[in-house]
Ligand binder design. Structure first.
Ligand code: NAP
Length: 325
Protein backbone atom coordinates (compact mmCIF):
# COMPACT_ATOMS: atom_id res chain seq x y z
CA UNK A 1 0.00 0.00 0.00
CA UNK A 2 1.56 3.24 -0.97
CA UNK A 3 1.50 6.26 -3.19
CA UNK A 4 2.37 5.70 -6.83
CA UNK A 5 3.34 8.82 -8.76
CA UNK A 6 2.83 8.52 -12.50
CA UNK A 7 4.28 11.44 -14.44
CA UNK A 8 2.03 10.93 -17.49
CA UNK A 9 -1.62 10.36 -18.26
CA UNK A 10 -2.28 6.65 -18.05
CA UNK A 11 -4.74 4.09 -19.41
CA UNK A 12 -7.73 3.84 -16.98
CA UNK A 13 -7.43 0.04 -16.66
CA UNK A 14 -3.88 0.42 -15.31
CA UNK A 15 -4.99 3.06 -12.82
CA UNK A 16 -7.67 0.59 -11.68
CA UNK A 17 -5.10 -2.19 -11.29
CA UNK A 18 -3.06 0.00 -8.97
CA UNK A 19 -6.16 0.97 -6.99
CA UNK A 20 -7.24 -2.69 -6.75
CA UNK A 21 -3.80 -3.49 -5.33
CA UNK A 22 -4.51 -0.90 -2.62
CA UNK A 23 -2.32 1.93 -3.92
CA UNK A 24 -3.10 5.62 -4.14
CA UNK A 25 -2.23 7.04 -7.53
CA UNK A 26 -1.31 10.55 -8.55
CA UNK A 27 -1.25 11.10 -12.30
CA UNK A 28 -2.21 13.98 -14.57
CA UNK A 29 -5.56 13.65 -16.34
CA UNK A 30 -3.92 14.80 -19.56
CA UNK A 31 -0.33 15.22 -20.76
CA UNK A 32 2.39 14.97 -18.17
CA UNK A 33 3.50 16.59 -14.94
CA UNK A 34 6.18 19.24 -15.38
CA UNK A 35 9.51 18.69 -13.59
CA UNK A 36 8.71 21.10 -10.74
CA UNK A 37 5.50 19.27 -9.97
CA UNK A 38 7.24 15.91 -10.04
CA UNK A 39 9.87 17.22 -7.61
CA UNK A 40 7.09 18.33 -5.31
CA UNK A 41 4.91 15.23 -5.56
CA UNK A 42 7.81 12.77 -5.19
CA UNK A 43 8.33 13.72 -1.51
CA UNK A 44 5.86 11.14 -0.15
CA UNK A 45 5.82 8.72 -3.13
CA UNK A 46 6.56 5.02 -2.67
CA UNK A 47 6.91 4.36 -6.39
CA UNK A 48 7.46 6.35 -9.55
CA UNK A 49 6.32 5.47 -13.07
CA UNK A 50 8.10 7.84 -15.42
CA UNK A 51 8.90 8.72 -19.02
CA UNK A 52 12.25 8.83 -20.79
CA UNK A 53 11.88 12.62 -20.78
CA UNK A 54 11.85 12.66 -16.95
CA UNK A 55 15.30 12.98 -15.43
CA UNK A 56 15.56 10.69 -12.42
CA UNK A 57 18.70 12.16 -10.91
CA UNK A 58 20.27 12.96 -7.53
CA UNK A 59 18.07 16.01 -7.13
CA UNK A 60 14.89 13.97 -7.53
CA UNK A 61 16.03 10.94 -5.53
CA UNK A 62 17.25 13.10 -2.63
CA UNK A 63 13.71 14.42 -2.26
CA UNK A 64 12.14 10.97 -2.16
CA UNK A 65 12.93 9.26 1.15
CA UNK A 66 10.08 6.73 0.77
CA UNK A 67 10.80 5.75 -2.84
CA UNK A 68 11.03 1.96 -3.33
CA UNK A 69 10.57 1.55 -7.08
CA UNK A 70 11.19 3.39 -10.35
CA UNK A 71 9.50 2.00 -13.46
CA UNK A 72 10.58 3.61 -16.72
CA UNK A 73 8.04 3.57 -19.55
CA UNK A 74 10.69 2.68 -22.13
CA UNK A 75 13.57 0.28 -22.66
CA UNK A 76 16.37 2.90 -22.68
CA UNK A 77 17.25 4.07 -19.17
CA UNK A 78 19.70 6.86 -20.04
CA UNK A 79 17.36 9.31 -18.25
CA UNK A 80 17.95 7.56 -14.93
CA UNK A 81 21.02 7.88 -12.70
CA UNK A 82 21.25 4.14 -12.13
CA UNK A 83 24.24 4.42 -9.80
CA UNK A 84 22.37 6.86 -7.55
CA UNK A 85 19.24 4.68 -7.50
CA UNK A 86 21.30 1.57 -6.74
CA UNK A 87 23.17 3.34 -3.91
CA UNK A 88 19.77 4.02 -2.35
CA UNK A 89 18.65 0.41 -2.91
CA UNK A 90 15.87 1.47 -5.31
CA UNK A 91 15.03 -1.14 -7.97
CA UNK A 92 14.64 0.32 -11.47
CA UNK A 93 12.68 -1.46 -14.19
CA UNK A 94 12.18 -0.84 -17.92
CA UNK A 95 9.95 -2.21 -20.70
CA UNK A 96 12.03 -4.34 -23.08
CA UNK A 97 10.70 -6.91 -25.59
CA UNK A 98 7.14 -5.56 -25.83
CA UNK A 99 8.26 -2.63 -28.00
CA UNK A 100 10.87 -4.40 -30.10
CA UNK A 101 8.87 -5.18 -33.26
CA UNK A 102 6.95 -1.90 -33.14
CA UNK A 103 10.17 0.12 -33.00
CA UNK A 104 11.75 -1.96 -35.77
CA UNK A 105 8.65 -1.27 -37.89
CA UNK A 106 9.14 2.47 -37.42
CA UNK A 107 12.81 2.13 -38.33
CA UNK A 108 11.74 0.56 -41.59
CA UNK A 109 8.99 3.14 -42.16
CA UNK A 110 11.65 5.85 -41.84
CA UNK A 111 14.12 3.98 -44.05
CA UNK A 112 11.52 3.55 -46.80
CA UNK A 113 10.24 7.12 -46.43
CA UNK A 114 13.75 8.56 -46.81
CA UNK A 115 14.70 6.21 -49.68
CA UNK A 116 11.56 6.94 -51.69
CA UNK A 117 11.11 10.55 -50.56
CA UNK A 118 7.56 9.83 -49.38
CA UNK A 119 7.27 12.80 -47.02
CA UNK A 120 8.68 15.30 -49.53
CA UNK A 121 6.36 14.00 -52.25
CA UNK A 122 3.33 14.17 -49.96
CA UNK A 123 4.18 17.72 -48.89
CA UNK A 124 4.69 18.86 -52.48
CA UNK A 125 1.42 17.33 -53.60
CA UNK A 126 -0.53 19.12 -50.88
CA UNK A 127 1.26 22.44 -51.37
CA UNK A 128 1.72 22.55 -55.14
CA UNK A 129 -0.85 20.03 -56.41
CA UNK A 130 -0.22 16.97 -58.61
CA UNK A 131 1.05 18.24 -61.95
CA UNK A 132 0.42 14.87 -63.66
CA UNK A 133 2.64 11.85 -64.13
CA UNK A 134 6.15 12.73 -65.23
CA UNK A 135 8.95 10.44 -66.37
CA UNK A 136 11.69 12.21 -64.46
CA UNK A 137 9.84 13.65 -61.45
CA UNK A 138 11.51 15.79 -58.76
CA UNK A 139 11.15 12.90 -56.31
CA UNK A 140 13.43 10.27 -57.82
CA UNK A 141 14.65 8.11 -54.96
CA UNK A 142 16.85 5.08 -54.41
CA UNK A 143 16.06 1.36 -54.30
CA UNK A 144 15.89 -0.60 -51.08
CA UNK A 145 15.39 -4.15 -52.38
CA UNK A 146 18.60 -6.13 -52.76
CA UNK A 147 20.89 -3.44 -51.39
CA UNK A 148 23.09 -3.35 -48.26
CA UNK A 149 21.73 -2.68 -44.77
CA UNK A 150 24.03 -1.88 -41.84
CA UNK A 151 22.67 -2.32 -38.32
CA UNK A 152 24.62 -0.67 -35.50
CA UNK A 153 23.81 -2.39 -32.18
CA UNK A 154 22.57 -5.93 -32.72
CA UNK A 155 20.30 -6.24 -29.69
CA UNK A 156 16.56 -6.86 -29.63
CA UNK A 157 15.54 -4.00 -31.92
CA UNK A 158 18.63 -4.26 -34.14
CA UNK A 159 17.93 -7.95 -34.73
CA UNK A 160 14.30 -7.19 -35.58
CA UNK A 161 15.47 -4.54 -38.07
CA UNK A 162 17.98 -6.99 -39.60
CA UNK A 163 15.33 -9.73 -39.87
CA UNK A 164 13.14 -7.40 -41.93
CA UNK A 165 16.11 -6.77 -44.22
CA UNK A 166 16.04 -10.40 -45.27
CA UNK A 167 12.54 -9.91 -46.64
CA UNK A 168 14.00 -7.28 -48.94
CA UNK A 169 16.77 -9.68 -50.02
CA UNK A 170 19.41 -7.34 -48.61
CA UNK A 171 22.98 -8.04 -47.67
CA UNK A 172 22.91 -7.29 -43.94
CA UNK A 173 26.01 -6.11 -42.08
CA UNK A 174 26.04 -5.49 -38.35
CA UNK A 175 28.30 -3.92 -35.80
CA UNK A 176 27.86 -4.58 -32.09
CA UNK A 177 29.93 -4.85 -28.91
CA UNK A 178 29.91 -8.62 -29.18
CA UNK A 179 29.72 -10.88 -32.20
CA UNK A 180 26.60 -13.03 -32.53
CA UNK A 181 27.60 -16.18 -34.49
CA UNK A 182 24.20 -17.82 -34.02
CA UNK A 183 22.35 -14.83 -35.45
CA UNK A 184 24.94 -14.60 -38.24
CA UNK A 185 24.02 -18.16 -39.22
CA UNK A 186 20.27 -17.85 -38.67
CA UNK A 187 19.81 -14.55 -40.51
CA UNK A 188 22.79 -14.62 -42.85
CA UNK A 189 24.32 -11.56 -41.22
CA UNK A 190 27.89 -10.39 -41.66
CA UNK A 191 29.86 -8.80 -38.82
CA UNK A 192 31.80 -5.65 -39.73
CA UNK A 193 33.82 -3.15 -37.71
CA UNK A 194 31.95 0.17 -37.60
CA UNK A 195 34.11 1.92 -40.21
CA UNK A 196 33.63 -0.87 -42.76
CA UNK A 197 29.91 -1.07 -42.06
CA UNK A 198 29.61 2.67 -42.68
CA UNK A 199 31.57 2.59 -45.91
CA UNK A 200 29.75 -0.44 -47.39
CA UNK A 201 26.12 0.13 -46.35
CA UNK A 202 23.44 1.84 -48.40
CA UNK A 203 21.25 2.17 -45.29
CA UNK A 204 22.62 2.51 -41.76
CA UNK A 205 20.17 2.00 -38.89
CA UNK A 206 21.24 2.92 -35.35
CA UNK A 207 19.86 0.75 -32.54
CA UNK A 208 22.44 1.14 -29.74
CA UNK A 209 21.53 2.39 -26.26
CA UNK A 210 22.85 5.83 -25.25
CA UNK A 211 25.94 5.33 -23.07
CA UNK A 212 29.19 7.29 -22.66
CA UNK A 213 30.65 5.02 -25.41
CA UNK A 214 27.85 5.63 -27.92
CA UNK A 215 27.45 9.41 -27.43
CA UNK A 216 28.32 10.96 -30.84
CA UNK A 217 29.18 7.52 -32.21
CA UNK A 218 28.25 9.06 -35.56
CA UNK A 219 30.02 12.38 -36.11
CA UNK A 220 31.69 14.19 -38.97
CA UNK A 221 34.38 11.52 -39.49
CA UNK A 222 31.87 8.67 -39.58
CA UNK A 223 29.51 10.55 -41.92
CA UNK A 224 32.39 11.08 -44.31
CA UNK A 225 33.01 7.32 -44.34
CA UNK A 226 29.46 6.69 -45.56
CA UNK A 227 28.54 6.44 -49.25
CA UNK A 228 27.32 9.65 -50.87
CA UNK A 229 24.10 7.83 -51.73
CA UNK A 230 23.59 6.41 -48.24
CA UNK A 231 20.69 6.96 -45.84
CA UNK A 232 21.16 7.19 -42.05
CA UNK A 233 18.26 6.19 -39.78
CA UNK A 234 18.35 6.93 -36.04
CA UNK A 235 15.75 5.16 -33.89
CA UNK A 236 18.10 4.82 -30.89
CA UNK A 237 18.72 8.04 -28.96
CA UNK A 238 19.46 11.51 -30.32
CA UNK A 239 22.92 12.07 -28.80
CA UNK A 240 24.24 8.95 -30.60
CA UNK A 241 24.49 11.29 -33.62
CA UNK A 242 26.25 14.66 -33.68
CA UNK A 243 23.24 16.57 -35.04
CA UNK A 244 25.21 19.64 -36.12
CA UNK A 245 27.60 17.45 -38.12
CA UNK A 246 24.65 15.58 -39.63
CA UNK A 247 22.96 18.83 -40.71
CA UNK A 248 26.22 19.88 -42.43
CA UNK A 249 26.54 16.48 -44.11
CA UNK A 250 22.96 16.58 -45.40
CA UNK A 251 23.37 20.13 -46.67
CA UNK A 252 26.71 19.48 -48.34
CA UNK A 253 25.73 16.15 -49.94
CA UNK A 254 28.13 14.00 -47.86
CA UNK A 255 25.23 11.53 -47.58
CA UNK A 256 21.93 11.39 -49.47
CA UNK A 257 19.38 11.51 -46.67
CA UNK A 258 18.57 10.79 -43.04
CA UNK A 259 15.54 9.90 -41.00
CA UNK A 260 15.42 10.69 -37.31
CA UNK A 261 12.95 9.65 -34.64
CA UNK A 262 15.14 10.95 -31.82
CA UNK A 263 17.03 14.19 -31.22
CA UNK A 264 20.03 15.37 -29.31
CA UNK A 265 18.19 17.88 -27.12
CA UNK A 266 14.57 16.69 -27.15
CA UNK A 267 12.09 18.20 -27.59
CA UNK A 268 14.32 20.68 -29.45
CA UNK A 269 15.21 19.80 -33.04
CA UNK A 270 18.43 21.23 -34.45
CA UNK A 271 17.28 24.36 -36.32
CA UNK A 272 19.48 23.55 -39.31
CA UNK A 273 17.69 20.22 -39.84
CA UNK A 274 14.21 21.71 -40.07
CA UNK A 275 14.49 23.40 -43.49
CA UNK A 276 16.22 20.40 -45.14
CA UNK A 277 14.17 18.35 -47.57
CA UNK A 278 16.42 15.29 -47.35
CA UNK A 279 15.65 14.47 -43.74
CA UNK A 280 12.51 12.83 -42.38
CA UNK A 281 11.70 13.85 -38.80
CA UNK A 282 9.31 12.10 -36.41
CA UNK A 283 8.72 13.11 -32.77
CA UNK A 284 10.11 10.02 -30.97
CA UNK A 285 7.24 7.69 -31.88
CA UNK A 286 9.23 4.44 -32.15
CA UNK A 287 7.00 2.47 -29.79
CA UNK A 288 3.85 4.52 -30.37
CA UNK A 289 1.14 2.07 -31.30
CA UNK A 290 -1.94 1.50 -29.16
CA UNK A 291 -1.11 -2.15 -28.54
CA UNK A 292 2.52 -1.52 -27.59
CA UNK A 293 1.85 1.45 -25.34
CA UNK A 294 -0.74 -0.67 -23.51
CA UNK A 295 1.79 -3.48 -23.07
CA UNK A 296 4.43 -1.02 -21.83
CA UNK A 297 1.98 0.42 -19.30
CA UNK A 298 0.98 -3.07 -18.16
CA UNK A 299 4.60 -4.05 -17.65
CA UNK A 300 5.52 -0.89 -15.73
CA UNK A 301 2.45 -1.03 -13.49
CA UNK A 302 3.02 -4.76 -12.89
CA UNK A 303 6.61 -4.04 -11.86
CA UNK A 304 5.54 -1.44 -9.32
CA UNK A 305 2.86 -3.71 -7.89
CA UNK A 306 5.49 -6.47 -7.60
CA UNK A 307 8.12 -4.35 -5.87
CA UNK A 308 5.66 -2.83 -3.41
CA UNK A 309 4.47 -6.36 -2.58
CA UNK A 310 8.07 -7.51 -2.00
CA UNK A 311 8.24 -9.57 -5.21
CA UNK A 312 11.24 -9.30 -7.53
CA UNK A 313 9.96 -7.66 -10.72
CA UNK A 314 10.80 -8.85 -14.21
CA UNK A 315 13.06 -6.47 -16.19
CA UNK A 316 15.06 -5.31 -13.21
CA UNK A 317 17.74 -3.04 -14.66
CA UNK A 318 19.84 -2.83 -11.48
CA UNK A 319 19.69 -6.28 -9.83
CA UNK A 320 22.28 -5.08 -7.28
CA UNK A 321 19.54 -2.95 -5.74
CA UNK A 322 17.28 -5.91 -5.08
CA UNK A 323 17.12 -6.84 -1.42
CA UNK A 324 13.54 -8.10 -1.42
CA UNK A 325 12.27 -11.61 -0.80
P1 NAP B 1 19.33 -4.05 -26.45
O1 NAP B 1 18.64 -5.35 -26.71
O2 NAP B 1 20.07 -3.87 -25.18
O3 NAP B 1 20.27 -3.76 -27.71
C1 NAP B 1 21.23 -2.79 -27.75
C2 NAP B 1 22.44 -3.39 -28.46
O4 NAP B 1 23.43 -2.36 -28.63
C3 NAP B 1 23.08 -4.50 -27.65
O5 NAP B 1 23.01 -5.66 -28.40
C4 NAP B 1 24.50 -4.03 -27.40
O6 NAP B 1 25.56 -4.89 -27.60
C5 NAP B 1 24.71 -2.96 -28.44
N1 NAP B 1 25.68 -1.98 -27.94
C6 NAP B 1 25.74 -1.39 -26.73
N2 NAP B 1 26.79 -0.56 -26.64
C7 NAP B 1 27.41 -0.63 -27.84
C8 NAP B 1 28.56 -0.01 -28.37
N3 NAP B 1 29.29 0.85 -27.65
N4 NAP B 1 28.91 -0.32 -29.65
C9 NAP B 1 28.20 -1.19 -30.37
N5 NAP B 1 27.11 -1.83 -29.92
C10 NAP B 1 26.72 -1.54 -28.66
O7 NAP B 1 18.27 -2.86 -26.50
P2 NAP B 1 16.99 -2.72 -27.45
O8 NAP B 1 15.79 -3.18 -26.73
O9 NAP B 1 17.31 -3.27 -28.77
O10 NAP B 1 16.91 -1.11 -27.51
C11 NAP B 1 17.99 -0.37 -28.04
C12 NAP B 1 17.81 1.11 -27.82
O11 NAP B 1 16.81 1.60 -28.69
C13 NAP B 1 17.30 1.50 -26.43
O12 NAP B 1 18.36 1.60 -25.49
C14 NAP B 1 16.64 2.83 -26.66
O13 NAP B 1 17.54 3.88 -26.42
C15 NAP B 1 16.28 2.79 -28.14
N6 NAP B 1 14.81 2.77 -28.35
C16 NAP B 1 14.24 3.81 -29.04
C17 NAP B 1 12.88 3.80 -29.27
C18 NAP B 1 12.22 4.93 -30.01
O14 NAP B 1 11.11 5.29 -29.68
N7 NAP B 1 12.84 5.48 -31.03
C19 NAP B 1 12.08 2.75 -28.81
C20 NAP B 1 12.70 1.73 -28.11
C21 NAP B 1 14.07 1.75 -27.89
P3 NAP B 1 25.93 -6.41 -27.47
O15 NAP B 1 24.67 -7.19 -27.36
O16 NAP B 1 26.64 -6.66 -28.73
O17 NAP B 1 26.78 -6.52 -26.27
Amino acid sequence: MGKVLITTEMFPEELERLADAGHRVEAPERGRFPREEILDRIRDADALICLLSDRVDEELLARAPRLKAVANLGVGVDNIDLAAATRRGIPVTNTPEVLTETTADLGWALLMAAARRVVEADRDLREKGFPGWTFIPPHLGVDVYGRTLGVVGLGRIGTAVARRGRGFCMRVLYHSRTRKPELERELGLEYAPLDRLLSESDFVVLTVPLTPETRHLIGERELKLMKRDAVLVNIARGPVVDEAALARALKGGTIRAAALDVFEREPEVHPELLPLRNVVLTPHIGSATWATRRKMAELAVGSVIDVLAGRRPPNLVNPQAWKGT
